[in-house]
Ligand binder design. Structure first.
Ligand code: ATP
Ligand code: MG
Length: 580
């Protein structure tokens, strides 16, 4: 087993000794690091992330550095965010919004999105950000399922995406446009005009820590996206993971590349850095390798949270970033969303000369649950160890049995013991589905994993993607990792194809690195490579070259779509498909 031992650079890590911290950790102790609302009025995310800093020492500290598409910059201090979100909360009062009403945004990554988020949280409304590139139908699905009362958007998005669906949204009372100076009619209003009318003071009403705060739709990788409801108490997970996993320090320049339309972009693009008092970079533009590298350089990013899909894209490019850009400030890279293959871990380490820490969590868990840590040896390909305060286990689950497997190295269902602060409280309008996620005190994640003798967790695959072939259970991750070790392979996805004799046959879809010819010889060579490494039972028996893999807009490979297309079955919900 090859471990990478990173030498800590610059600031001392916040988590020095994982084992002893894990042993002595209690959520109650960590709760003392939060401020809570004055006069015992409870716990509110907006107070923890914004108000307490704006009324304290960090008043003039930059909370959000917004990088516009044209690369110009606007700095928003904690004080700015405080007054603007107060105004937005007052706008909501003016419009009759009350506790528990849902406020949606359909916005690019612009300051109004962040102002609306905190304004809605202050008002104790439920905030739901939608990814702005969704078409009208996915937007309709989410607004109607979430009973949207208020939507904040731009004139252009309103005209293109909302007007076609407006008459199907009877519960939507107001649309607020960020970029018009006059109202369109009685219900489609100018947000700047409303903001001008309101006071910059707002007193957050009593907020219980289990009051609903955020609504997030899952990525739709395995089927129709589910709406996961989160509460204000979640901020405790954000604070703790910001400290222990992102290793945030006061002078950090932190960049999370995810859009707030996905849970990572809210939990870690908005809340975690601010609750830790750290400046967060928001880039208005989508992925562009040269732009990303120069943002890392220009803004002296120290901690960078991104995703395997972005890392794989960077790996495919012929750029040696540290030669072309000055990245001396970068000390930590983190990745979430999909497995980070061991080769990618090694590539990042070699290329950037800083650690890359893979971590695992879900929309449902609201925050990071299993992770690598700056001061713990990384085992490339492993998701790491449970966050202090989180108990993770591997379970054998059948129709009539639930058993925690204590033996190490065995694959099974990844389960988490309930009790972490950011656990989702409901699936929107799906009570039965929510109930089915639990067995006693355990939450069943839907993923399969194993744990090694030292407590590291290894991802096997989603329960839905597991392939049953000749009596073996094959996790796609293992096969795809092996395929990606072949020199010609840029990306790989495998599925199980029904087969009368062996149950399912492993079929691989391969995207080649540029310069390789997709011919029969290469096909045989890749299969031979896999057979040598994995053995004939597990290696793909069929292989197809493909231009690109279908992915969700959050960058996850849609194996269910590859399978449906292969078998000529209905394609299912495609609302989150990247190219749709
Ligand atoms: P849906 O639930 O709608 O099918 P989704 O599960 O992809 O979509 P998310 O909540 O965005 O929606 O993603 C969480 C899932 O992503 C996890 O359950 C896991 O399968 C995968 N994942 C996240 N991080 C990692 C990681 N570090 N390693 C392996 N898999 C990961
Ligand atoms: Mg899921």
């Amino acid at each position: 087993m090859h471990e990478i031992n990173y030498q800590p650079v610059l600031a001392e890590p916040n988590l020095i000794d994982y084992d002893s911290y894990y042993q002595s950790f209690t959520w109650d102790n960590e709760f003392q690091n939060l401020d809570s609302l004055p006069e015992g009025r409870g716990l509110n995310i907006a107070h923890e992330a914004v108000d307490r800093h704006a009324t304290g020492l960090l008043k003039n500290h930059v909370a959000i550095r917004w990088v516009r598409k044209d690369r110009s910059v606007k700095d928003i201090t904690f004080q700015d965010l405080y007054t603007h979100s107060n105004q937005f909360a007052n706008v909501l009062t003016l419009l009759g919004v009350t506790k528990g009403d849902t406020v949606f945004t359909l916005l690019g990554r612009i300051p109004e999105l962040y102002v609306a988020a905190f304004g809605a949280l202050k008002k104790t409304a439920v905030f739901c950000p939608l990814f702005s590139v969704f078409g009208p139908e996915p937007v309709y699905q989410r607004l109607s399922r979430g009973d949207a009362k208020i939507l904040v958007t731009t004139l252009d998005l309103y005209e293109r995406k909302i007007t076609p669906i407006l008459n199907r949204l009877p519960k939507l009372q107001y649309v607020l446009l960020t970029d018009v100076q006059t109202d369109i009619n009685n219900t489609v209003l100018s947000l700047p005009l409303l903001m001008d009318k309101t006071s910059t003071s707002f007193i957050i009403p009593p907020t219980k820590s289990d009051d609903a705060a955020l609504l997030h739709f899952t990525s739709g990788t395995t089927g129709m996206p589910k709406g996961a409801l989160h509460i204000h108490h979640a901020v405790l997970t954000h604070q703790v993971t910001g400290k222990l996993v992102l290793d945030l320090h006061p002078d950090d320049m932190y960049w999370c590349t995810a859009d707030p339309g996905w849970v990572t972009g809210t939990s870690y693009g908005i809340i975690a850095p601010l609750v830790n008092g750290v400046t967060s970079i928001v880039d208005e533009e989508e992925f562009d390798a040269a732009r990303w590298y120069s943002i890392l350089e220009e803004h002296k990013i120290t901690v960078w949270y991104t995703a395997p899909t972005a890392i794989r894209r960077l790996m495919r490019m012929n750029i040696q970033p540290t030669k072309q850009y000055n990245l001396e400030h970068l000390r930590l890279i983190l990745s979430v969303g999909e497995p980070l293959h061991a080769d990618a871990v090694r590539w990042v380490q070699k290329t950037f000369e800083v650690p890359v820490l893979d971590n695992w969590w879900q929309t449902e868990t609201g925050g990071i649950m299993i992770s690598n840590y700056r001061n713990m040896p990384v085992r490339p390909g492993s998701m790491g160890k449970p966050l202090p305060g989180v108990e993770a286990g591997i379970a054998e689950i059948t129709e009539d049995k639930f058993r925690i497997i204590t033996k190490t190295g065995k694959e099974g269902h990844l389960v988490l013991k309930c009790g972490w602060p950011s656990m989702f409280k409901a699936y929107l309008n799906e009570k039965e589905r929510y109930k089915k996620c639990f067995h006693g005190k355990w939450y069943i994640t839907g993923d399969l994993a194993s744990r090694d003798k030292d407590g590291y967790f290894w991802f096997v695959g989603r329960a839905d993607d597991i392939i049953k072939t000749s009596g073996h259970m094959v996790g796609p991750f293992e096969v795809e990792s092996c395929l990606m070790q072949h020199d010609a392979v840029a990306e790989a996805a495998v599925i199980g194809k029904p087969n009368a004799t062996i149950g399912e046959m492993v079929k691989a879809f391969i995207v080649l690195k540029s310069g390789n010819k997709p011919d029969e010889n290469l096909k045989l060579d890749i299969i031979a490579h896999a057979r040598k490494k994995l053995g004939p039972a597990v290696a793909p028996k069929e292989l197809a070259f493909i231009e690109s893999l279908p992915k969700t807009r959050s960058g996850k490979i849609l194996r269910r779509l590859l399978k449906a297309r292969e078998l000529g079955l209905p394609e299912g919900d495609l609302s989150t498909l990247e190219s749709s």
